[in-house]
Design a protein around this ligand. Structure first.
Ligand code: COA
Length: 162
């Protein structure tokens, strides 16, 4: 598992390789390299990588399949970005990565995790399976490339209850 900030640009390269292919352009959710590197300069922001073979903190020989970007503040942590390359989905890598993110949060004394997702994102099934529940709705918060408005769902997970 990786920490924050990366001590060289290699891990940002690995994150960007996934970012480029994992997010459907229609939703405008992908961040650019500058956004990622700037975010990692902020205290509390960190990331986890998962390799194509399922290794957390994969060695350079193992291509990266997914990443999570998180920001912690006091005893709360937000899942900012979470993605697995399309080719490697449906093999449990997303669940393994989320398990690692939650374990790391627990070990650091985080008591609540948050995330925000567009309504009907298939990822919601994964989050629900981990115990995330919806605590708020922002109607029409996201706007797709084609102009459609989508609700944002705010979700939380109490780590102390699990
Ligand atoms: C969300 C995401 C990271 C899941 O990665 P993954 O490696 O496919 O996840 P897993 O294989 O561990 O799936 C775990 C469970 O989540 C559910 N799930 C995950 N992605 C799903 C999808 N696209 N469609 C339907 N169910 C999905 C399934 O129920 C699955 O359980 P199962 O294997 O028992 O059926 C991946 O789909 C992704 O990168 N999506 C695009 C980026 C994105 O939307 N990120 C979330 C932003 S909030």
């Amino acid at each position: 598992m990786s920490g924050s900030p990366p001590d060289c640009g290699d891990d940002i390269d690995r994150i960007m390789e996934v970012m480029t292919d994992a997010f459907a352009p229609e939703f405008g959710e992908a961040w650019n390299r500058r956004q990622v590197s700037d975010s990692l300069l902020l205290g509390g922001t960190g990331y986890c990588l998962i390799g194509t073979e399922g290794s957390l903190d994969p060695a350079p020989e193992e291509p990266t399949a997914g990443f999570a970007l998180t920001r912690a503040m006091f005893d709360e942590e937000e899942l900012l970005l979470f993605a697995v390359l399309p080719l490697y989905r449906g093999r449990g890598l997303g669940a393994a990565l989320l398990t690692a993110v939650i374990a790391r949060a627990r070990s650091r004394g985080i008591r609540r995790m948050f995330l925000e997702m567009r309504r009907n994102n298939p990822a919601g099934k994964l989050y629900t399976g981990f115990g995330f529940t919806t605590i708020g709705v922002r109607p029409g918060y996201y706007r797709t490339a084609s102009g459609q408005r989508l609700d944002a769902l705010s979700q939380e997970l109490h780590l102390t209850d699990n």
